[in-house]
Write a protein that binds this ligand. Structure first.
Ligand SMILES: [Zn+2]
Length: 113
């Protein structure tokens, strides 16, 4: 498939409207800043006792690339960014719009929530 924003090759993807890495790097949040991922700003736990806290697979949503609203699915310390062509209110609505079934890992499903 091709990047829905710039048309560059993205390759095989289970995700609808997945944008390429080049466009993804230009993503900003509503305020025009770089989107956070892992710990929300100010919520990162102290690690003074030497324990390493695994950052959760969370991050800012939606994000904007070139003014286009996109949703990110955060997992395994990374994410996939998908262009929203339906102006959805939430990632869940975006999934519904694209028939991505949460919790289903059979063929045709993107993966688990
Ligand atoms: Zn692109």
């Amino acid at each position: 498939m091709d990047c829905p924003i710039c048309g560059a090759m993205v390759g095989e993807s289970n995700y609808p409207n997945q944008v390429c890495d080049e466009c993804d790097r230009q993503a900003v949040n509503e305020n025009g800043d770089e989107p956070w991922h892992g710990w929300p700003p100010g919520e990162e736990p102290e690690s003074e006792d030497g324990t390493i806290h695994m950052a959760p697979d969370r991050g800012e949503n939606p994000v904007f690339i070139d003014g286009e609203k996109c949703w990110r699915r955060y997992r395994f310390g990374g994410w996939v960014t998908m262009l929203d062509k339906h102006d959805c209110e939430s990632l869940e609505e975006f999934y519904r719009e694209h028939d991505i079934i949460a919790g289903c890992d059979g063929p045709g499903c993107a993966d688990r929530m």
